[in-house]
Design a protein around this ligand. Structure first.
Ligand code: ATP
Ligand code: MG
Ligand code: MG
Ligand code: MG
Length: 563
C-alpha cells in the first residue's frame, strides 16, 4: 500500500474528547472516527489490526476444536422471554420493533440463540462436545460509553459456547479455552493476567477474566508476589468460614416455605411467574466491605462478585444507586433467570443496609424491607470476606500486590443455567434425559486493539506489537523529487512485500519531518529511510520503533535483515 492512496487521516491536535491514551492515539493516528457515542467506524489501518487479532483468535479457537459459525445480530424477544432475560437485562439491551410491532433486540451476547439452536440439534451425548464460536459486532447500550473502543455500544466480540455431557467434560472444554486465551494474548504481544473473577467461595472458581495490565484499566486486581494467584479486588476473598462446605449444593438450596415467610406461591403470584420458577434460595454471610463493593458506582458493576458467584449474571447499576436498589436489582436479575432468590445475611449493621432481598422479574419490582427471621429463615452458606493488597495470598500466604487491568476476555462455566431454562436436553448413555452442560467464552476484539495501545505507546504515538501491527514496515523516501531515492524506495517496497514483510511506502510529497512524525504516530515496528546515502553509498537507515535503535544497512541486505 501507498500512503498517497490510503485513507490515513492523521491529526496533529490531541482530540479534546479523548481521556485515555488509546482513544487519543486511535483518533490521531487515523484508525477510528466516531459515528455516535460509543459507535465507531474502523478506518483501513484499524481494520488491518482487527483482522490480525481475529486471525490469531480464529487459529487458537480452531486449534482447540472450535468451529466458526455466524448467528443473527437481530434476536426475537421470544427467545429472551423464554430464558427470562427480556425483563431483567435492563437498559443495556438495545430493543427494537419490526413493522408488525414485534419485539426484537440487537444481540449483546448469544446464549439464547445458540442454546435454542442446540436444543434442536443435539439429541445424544455422542454429539458432544461441541465448541461453536463467532466473531461479530455486539450491541450494548452501556450506561457510560467511554474511552473510545474500550467501552463502546457497538463493538466486536468473539464469543464461543461449549456444549458438554457433564461437569467433567465441561472442565476439559474450559481448560481448552483457558489455554487458547493464554495463547491469543501472548501472541498479540500483551502483558496480561488471568484472574479469578469468582469469589471462589461458592462452588469454587468458575470464571476467569483475562486482564491486560495497564494504568488506565477500569478494574483493580490483586495478584500474588509468589504464586499464580490473581483475582479482581472486588472478588478476591478469604476462604469460606470453617465448617462450611459451600460446594455442597443442598446448603445453598431451600424451598421458600418456612412459616411466616413468603411462600413460593406468594412470591410467584407477586411476580406473575410459575411457582416452579421460584424454588431456590441462596443465602450469603458477608461483610460490610463486600456489600460496599456491590455499590461502588463509578462504573457499571455488571459483574459484581456476589452475582458472579451465582452464575453468569449481569447487573446494570444505576448512576444514583443505593444499596437497597442494588440488592433489589441483583435479586431482580436472579429471580426468573437463575430461578433463585438471593438472600444476604450479614452483621446487623450490614443487614440494616441490605433490605431488598427477594426476587423480581422486572426492574424495581421486588420485595423491599424483607427481614431475616421474620420473612425467611436465614441459613449460612458462605462466609465471605474481601482481602486487600499487602495481606497474605489466600493460596500461598505470600504478599498480595495490586495492579490495574483491562478486561479483554472472560471464560465462564455456565453449567445448566440456559439449557434448563430453555429445555436443551440430551440423552445420556443410559437413555436418561439431561440438560446440556454449557460454558461461554468471550474476547473483546476491538477492546483488545485499544488495550494493546494502552500498553504500547510513547509520547510520539503507538508502538504496535509486531503480530498485530497494521504494517510491519514503512519505507520513506526522504525526497520524492529525487529520482534515485524514489527508485530505491520503490524497489525495497516491492522486495519486502514479495518477501512477506507487509510494507507501506510513504510516497507523499511531504517534508521528511511530517512523514517521520506520522510513522511514529501510526506505530509501524520498522521505519526504513531512503535518503542521500542510499543513492551515494547504497545504505538505508532502519529504525526500530520500540527501541529507537537505528542501523545503516546496505540496500541489498535489507530484505534478509528485516524478514
Ligand atoms: P465489562 O466488565 O468491561 O463491562 P463485560 O464483563 O460486561 O465487560 P463480557 O460480557 O464478559 O463483558 O464480554 C466479553 C468481552 O467483551 C469482555 O471481556 C470485553 O473484552 C468485551 N466487551 C464487553 N463490553 C464491551 C464494550 N462495551 N466495549 C468493548 N468491548 C466490550
Ligand atoms: Mg459489561
Ligand atoms: Mg466484566
Ligand atoms: Mg466479563
Amino acid at each position: 500500500m501507498r500512503t498517497s492512496e490510503m485513507l490515513i487521516p492523521t491529526l496533529r491536535e490531541v482530540p479534546a474528547e479523548a481521556e485515555v491514551v488509546s482513544h487519543k492515539l486511535l483518533l490521531r493516528a487515523g484508525f477510528i472516527r466516531k459515528a455516535a457515542s460509543g459507535v465507531y467506524t474502523y478506518l483501513p489501518l484499524a481494520q488491518r489490526v482487527l483482522r490480525k487479532i481475529k486471525n490469531i483468535v480464529r487459529e487458537e479457537m480452531d486449534k482447540q476444536g472450535g468451529q466458526e459459525l455466524l448467528m443473527p445480530i437481530i434476536q426475537p424477544a421470544e427467545m429472551w422471554l423464554e430464558s427470562g432475560r427480556w425483563h431483567v437485562y435492563g437498559p443495556e439491551l438495545f430493543r427494537l420493533k419490526d413493522r408488525h410491532n414485534r419485539d426484537f433486540c440487537l444481540g449483546p451476547t448469544h446464549e439464547e440463540v445458540i442454546t435454542l439452536l442446540m436444543r434442536g440439534e443435539i439429541r445424544s451425548y455422542k454429539q458432544m462436545p461441541q465448541l461453536l464460536y463467532q466473531i461479530q459486532n455486539k450491541f450494548r447500550d452501556e450506561r457510560r460509553p467511554r474511552f473510545g473502543l474500550m467501552r463502546g455500544r457497538e463493538f466486536i466480540m468473539k464469543d464461543l459456547y461449549s456444549f458438554d455431557r457433564d461437569e467433567a467434560a465441561l472442565d476439559v472444554s474450559y481448560q481448552k479455552m483457558y489455554e487458547a486465551y493464554t495463547n491469543v494474548f501472548n501472541r498479540c504481544g500483551l502483558k496480561f493476567r488471568p484472574v479469578e473473577a469468582d469469589s471462589g467461595a461458592i462452588g469454587g472458581s468458575t470464571t476467569h477474566e483475562f486482564m491486560v495490565l495497564a494504568e488506565s484499566g477500569e478494574a483493580a486486581i490483586l495478584y500474588c508476589s509468589q504464586c499464580d494467584y490473581a483475582a479482581n479486588v472486588e472478588k478476591a476473598t478469604s476462604q469460606p468460614a470453617a465448617g462450611l462446605d459451600p460446594t455442597k449444593e443442598q446448603l445453598a438450596l431451600e424451598e421458600v416455605s418456612t412459616p411466616g415467610q413468603k411462600t413460593a406461591e406468594q412470591v410467584a403470584a407477586f411476580f406473575g411467574v410459575a411457582t416452579s420458577q421460584i424454588i431456590k434460595t441462596m443465602i450469603y454471610k458477608t461483610d460490610k466491605e463486600f456489600v460496599a463493593a456491590l455499590v461502588r458506582g463509578d462504573r457499571d458493576v455488571n459483574e459484581v462478585k456476589l452475582l458472579n458467584t451465582l452464575g453468569a449474571l449481569n447487573l446494570e447499576l444505576a448512576e444514583d444507586a443505593d444499596i437497597n436498589r442494588v440488592t433489589g436489582a441483583a435479586a431482580g436479575y436472579v429471580g426468573p433467570v437463575g430461578l433463585q432468590n438471593i438472600r444476604i445475611v450479614a452483621d446487623p449493621e450490614v443487614m440494616a443496609m441490605v433490605n431488598a432481598v427477594a426476587g423480581a422479574n422486572k426492574t424495581e419490582a421486588h420485595f423491599i424491607n424483607v427481614n431475616p427471621n421474620r420473612d425467611f429463615k436465614p441459613e449460612l452458606v458462605a462466609d465471605i470476606r474481601l482481602v486487600k493488597a499487602g495481606e497474605p495470598c489466600p493460596k500461598c500466604q505470600a504478599e498480595l500486590l495490586e495492579a490495574r487491568g483491562i478486561e479483554v476476555g472472560q471464560i465462564f462455566k455456565l453449567g445448566t443455567k440456559y439449557s434448563e431454562a430453555l429445555g436443551a436436553n440430551f440423552l445420556d448413555e443410559n437413555g436418561k434425559e439431561k440438560p446440556i452442560v454449557m460454558g461461554c467464552y468471550g474476547i473483546g476484539i476491538s477492546r483488545t486493539m485499544a488495550a494493546a495501545i494502552e500498553q504500547n505507546n510513547d509520547e510520539n504515538g503507538i508502538i504496535w506489537p509486531a503480530a498485530i501491527a497494521p504494517f510491519q514496515a514503512v519505507v520513506i523516501p526522504v525526497s520524492t523529487k529525487d529520482a534515485g531515492q524514489v527508485q530505491i524506495a520503490e524497489q525495497l517496497y516491492q522486495e519486502l512485500n514479495q518477501a512477506g514483510v507487509e510494507t507501506i511506502i510513504d510516497d507523499r510529497a511531504e517534508r521528511p519531518g511530517v512523514k517521520f512524525k506520522d510513522a511514529d504516530l501510526v506505530g509501524y515496528p520498522l521505519r526504513i529511510v531512503v535518503g542521500g546515502k542510499a543513492v551515494e553509498e547504497g545504505v538505508v537507515e532502519v529504525r526500530q520503533r520500540r527501541s529507537a535503535a537505528t542501523e545503516l544497512i546496505p540496500v541489498t541486505e535489507v530484505k534478509e535483515q528485516v524478514k
